[in-house]
Design a protein around this ligand. Sequence first.
Ligand code: PLP
Length: 403
Amino acid sequence: MNKPILLSTPHIGDRELEFVQEAFDTNWIAPVGPHVDAFEQEFCQVIGAGHAAAVSSGTAALHLALRLVGVQPGDEVFCSTLTFIATANPITYLGATPVFIDSDRTSWNMNPELLRLELENRAPIGKLPKAVVLVHLYGQSADIEPILKICNHYDLPLIEDAAEALGATYKGRSPGTFGRIGIYSFNGNKIITTSGGGMLVADDSQLIAKARFLATQARDLAPHYQHSEIGYNYRLSNVLAGIGRGQLRVLSERVTARRRNFEIYQKALGSLPGIEFMPEASFGSATRWLTCLTIDPEAFGADREQVRLALAKEQIEARPVWKPLHLQPVFAECDCIGGAVAEDLFARGLCLPSGSNLTDQDLERVISAISSAGPNVPIEPVPWPPSTLGKTYAPVVDELARF
Ligand SMILES: *Cc1c(COP(=O)(O)O)cnc(C)c1O
């Protein structure tokens, strides 16, 4: 029996246990403590953010972000449609309604032109949304500048969901640091993990102070427990922040490994009939958190689902590209601006095993399973490509060298 090859699994480095041990030795087993403070500071240095608050998940960070920009019951919030549901769920936690925006083909992320047109239509009739949530999908930044410009024009706060894009760049800077607030996730399948956790970043220190306040049950400054607002229990544990500090120190290695996976897959499979890999937009560097490709069933001779099932038979986990949120039963009543691009990427898109801990043998098994799933693939074996990638890839994470 072949060992299973999973989509994306945790990959622990050398230092995490040391930090966790320190938390135990000093009895800081709480949702506050020195690792939480240090993790926030180090995270800011790595991504070039002003201030950060460590929280219990990326979803919690988004919930706080929407609350901080004043989203209320009855509001509308614009949101990328091609994404994981956690991007939009917090909009509904606040009683607001998402309006989804389609992707463009260059980045698979929100189409700036569609956003501009829709805001232009709505401004004269007084139907502007309260905020815009922009996703950076699969480790690739959206085209942030035009989106930020449009948001600024209408005075709309931009919230960046960079849960999948830690370690990526947009014009040399980290996605997540351009909008009013950015969020990241350290779930077990993300590029680095704390088993579960998230981070909220902003240049405005007041916003981050307010985030910490709301994340700790909104306690007023009083010795007795007094509350003038409804808060949440959303802070990250000091033990998990210790894991995060260790993981930050290997972020650039993890990016290198995931980009290498992509390059090997693309070299081996990129010229097969009907196979196209997710493009890398010219404005930045993607982490290739997941390697994604699309399959044209006519040319390849098998569709995305047939390929996925053929891989599953070989104990290889692949997943369809996210089902667009406007197609989710739970959001059936919500509007979507456009939608055909996201629908097409969902119909034809497949995410391959992409962990930074995959071995060359694992990659070889995936490659051979995919090529044998396509009846139209030529019989001669797919050559195993030598990697030409250098050892280092660290546009954002040079700062880490200082640790
Ligand atoms: C993982 C993810 C989230 C949520 O993060 P959690 O830490 O799992 O709550 C939000 N948005 C996107 C795009 C994600 O991939």
